[in-house]
Design a protein around this ligand. Structure first.
Ligand SMILES: Nc1nc2c(c(=O)[nH]1)N[C@H]1C(S)=C(S)[C@@H](COP(=O)(O)O)O[C@H]1N2
Ligand SMILES: [Mo]
Length: 385
C-alpha cells in the first residue's frame, strides 16, 4: 500500500513484531498519547488540557510528557540494570526481575507535577516550556519502594543526598553530557511513597514516561522523578548534576521584583510542590446549565487537602465543594460541587484549595527567574444558559 500510494511507510519488521510500534511512533509525534498539546518536539514536551484530566486516575495516553533530552530508543527491559552505589555498604546491580523478586511490589496513585507547570502566566515571561495547567498527572504506578532498596544496600551514615542518572541522551549528541541528573535529600528518599516504578496503569511504562524503569516522587518537582533510570548514587553532599544548580529548579530565597536578576547563591532548591487545584469540568468556554456540576482535583506536596471552595463572583463569595479523601497518600483528591447560577450569562468559575497546614492557594504568586511553582487559582470561563 505504501508503494502504491508513493509514500514511504516504515515497514521494518523484526522478530519481536516491533515494527508496529515503530510505525506508529514515526507517524505520531506524541507516541500514542491522545489530545495532548505539543509544546516542543525536540526535546518532546506535551501537556494535557485540563478537561482531559477529569479522570480520578490519569490514563497513560493523557499523562503529560516532559523530556529534557533524547529518550533511549527501544530499550530492552529484560537486560535493563539499575546500579545503586556511592555511600552504601553493598553496591548493587539490579535487573527489573530482581526488583520484583527481592522487594515488596506496591501499586499507588501518585501525583507528579512539573515545577514549571503554570509558567505561561508569568509576567515578564520566563524562559522554558510555556506550560499552562496540564503538566500534572495522577496515574497508578507499580514498583518497589526506593526506601526498601536503599535499606538493602545499607545507607552509609555520611550519605545526605541521592543522585539520579538515566539513559536519555543530551540534545547536543555529546555522550559525555547528561540532559538532567537531579537528586533528593536522603530523608525524602527514605519516605514510604517514593517508588522505583516499572508499570504505569497496569502496563509497562510508556516509552515517553520513562520505560522500562523510573522514579516516582509524589508531591515534589517531577524533575526528581527520574525516567529511564539506570543509577542511583548516594552522596555526602547535595547533588550538583545537570539542572541541580544555577536557576534550574531553584527559586529566590526571598521575594524579588518581576524581572529582577538574582544571584545564583541566593537561589534555593525547590522541595515540595505547593497547594493547588484544577477544574477539570466544565471545560473552558463550555455552555452550561444554570444548575451545573463543577469538579476537579486538588493536591499539596506531601500534605492532605482539607478544603476546596468555589467562587463564581471573582472571589467575593465562596461555596465549599464536596472533597474526597485521597485513595492513598501521594494521590490527588477529587472534589465536586453543584453551582446555582442566577442568570444566563458569562461566568468565571474559580477553585481554591486549602491544605492540612493551612496553606491556601493564592490569587497570584511571586515572580521567579524560571517561572516555577505557579499555584495561583484556576479560573474557567463558561456561558450559562
Ligand atoms: N531521565 C530523565 N528523567 C526525567 C526527565 C528527563 O528529561 N530525563 N524530565 C523530568 C521532568 S523535568 C519532569 S517534569 C518529569 C516528567 O515526567 P513525565 O514525562 O513522565 O510526565 O520527568 C522528569 N524525569
Ligand atoms: Mo519538570
Amino acid at each position: 500500500m505504501g508503494a502504491l500510494a508513493g509514500s514511504a511507510l516504515p515497514f521494518q519488521y523484526d522478530a519481536s513484531g516491533d515494527f508496529i510500534a515503530r510505525a506508529l511512533a514515526d507517524e505520531d509525534p506524541l507516541f500514542g498519547k491522545s489530545g495532548l498539546t505539543l509544546l516542543n518536539d525536540r526535546p518532546l514536551n506535551a501537556e494535557t488540557p485540563p478537561e482531559l484530566l477529569d479522570d480520578a486516575i490519569t490514563p497513560t495516553e493523557r499523562h503529560f510528557i516532559r523530556n529534557n533530552g533524547l529518550p533511549p530508543e527501544d530499550p530492552n527491559s529484560d537486560a535493563w540494570v539499575l546500579a545503586v552505589d556511592g555511600l552504601v555498604e553493598q553496591p548493587m546491580n539490579l535487573r527489573i526481575q530482581d526488583l520484583r523478586e527481592q522487594f515488596e511490589v506496591v501499586t499507588k496513585a501518585l501525583v507528579i507535577e512539573c515545577a514549571g507547570n503554570g509558567r505561561r502566566s508569568f509576567e515578564p515571561p520566563t524562559r522554558g516550556n510555556q506550560w499552562s495547567f496540564g503538566a500534572v498527572g495522577c496515574s497508578q504506578w507499580t514498583g518497589v519502594r526506593l526506601k526498601d532498596v536503599l535499606d538493602k544496600a545499607g545507607v552509609h551514615p555520611d550519605a545526605i543526598y541521592t543522585a539520579h542518572y538515566g539513559a536519555d541522551g543530551h540534545l547536543s549528541g555529546d555522550p559525555s553530557r547528561s540532559p538532567i541528573s537531579r537528586g533528593l535529600p536522603i530523608w525524602k528518599a527514605m519516605t514510604e511513597n517514593v517508588l522505583i516504578a516499572f508499570e504505569m496503569n497496569g502496563a509497562p511504562l510508556h516509552p515517553m514516561n520513562g520505560a522500562p524503569l523510573r522514579l516516582v516522587v509524589p508531591g515534589w518537582p517531577a524533575s526528581t522523578s527520574h525516567k529511564w533510570l539506570t543509577r542511583i548514587q548516594l552522596r555526602d553532599r547535595v547533588h550538583d548534576g545537570a539542572k541541580m544548580t544555577g536557576k534550574s529548579y531553584r527559586v529566590p530565597a526571598y521575594p524579588v521584583s518581576p524581572g529582577a536578576k538574582v544571584a545564583d547563591q541566593d537561589m534555593v532548591i525547590i522541595e515540595r510542590m505547593p497547594v493547588k487545584s484544577l477544574i477539570t469540568f466544565p471545560a473552558k468556554d463550555a455552555k452550561v446549565a444554570l444548575s451545573s456540576d463543577v469538579r476537579g482535583h486538588a493536591w499539596s506536596g506531601d500534605r492532605e487537602i482539607s478544603k476546596v471552595e468555589i467562587s463564581t463572583d471573582f472571589g467575593a463569595s465562596w461555596i465549599a465543594a464536596e472533597l474526597d479523601p485521597a485513595v492513598n497518600r501521594g494521590a490527588w483528591q477529587n472534589w465536586r460541587a453543584t453551582l446555582e447560577l442566577a442568570q444566563p450569562r458569562y461566568y468565571e468559575i474559580w477553585a481554591r484549595a486549602t491544605d492540612s497546614a493551612g496553606d491556601v492557594q493564592p490569587f497570584g504568586i511571586d515572580w521567579n527567574p524560571k517561572g516555577y511553582l505557579n499555584n495561583s487559582l484556576h479560573r474557567v470561563g463558561v456561558h450559562a444558559s
